[in-house]
Design a protein around this ligand. Structure first.
Ligand code: ZN
Length: 139
């Protein structure tokens, strides 16, 4: 039995399960875990410091650093060997972002998973139409 890995927090799954148009053959693809994907996203896309990125994933900085290093090696290998990159699996939980509305009139904030910027809504508390769309990433 291997050592149990600590659970890592991931904000959301990648938009594309595969970064290729075709279904990859396992021998011709590099599998990036969601934790590795998330480490790359936080560090190189969201430009967080390593400290904040590690915090966000609920892991120590050395662990974050190791995950990032592995993901760099995998991406490099995929580029050099012309392999497909697949993002899959790992011991992770998703963090949900908040999506909903806020009311300028009474300051009430409520969640609505189907909320969108263009939609006309009224405040569920005071019935005011002076409402704004509100979205927050938990990082
Ligand atoms: Zn209101």
């Amino acid at each position: 039995m291997g050592r149990r890995t600590r659970r890592r927090w991931v904000f959301k799954p990648p938009n594309n399960a595969y970064f290729t148009g075709t279904h990859p053959q396992m021998e011709n693809c590099i599998v990036l875990t969601l934790a590795e994907f998330e480490a790359m996203r936080l560090k190189h896309y969201s430009k967080l410091t390593q400290e904040r990125a590690a915090d966000s994933m609920g892991i120590s900085q050395p662990t974050f650093s190791r995950i990032l290093e592995i993901s760099h090696q995998k991406i490099t290998q995929a580029l050099i060997e012309g392999k497909e990159i697949r993002v899959h699996g790992g011991n992770i939980d998703y963090k949900l972002s908040f999506i909903g509305y806020g009311c300028w009139n009474c300051d009430h904030i409520w969640e609505d998973r189907s909320a969108s910027r263009g939609k006309k809504v009224k405040c569920v508390k005071c019935d005011s139409e002076n409402v704004y769309y509100f979205e927050r990433e938990i990082i």
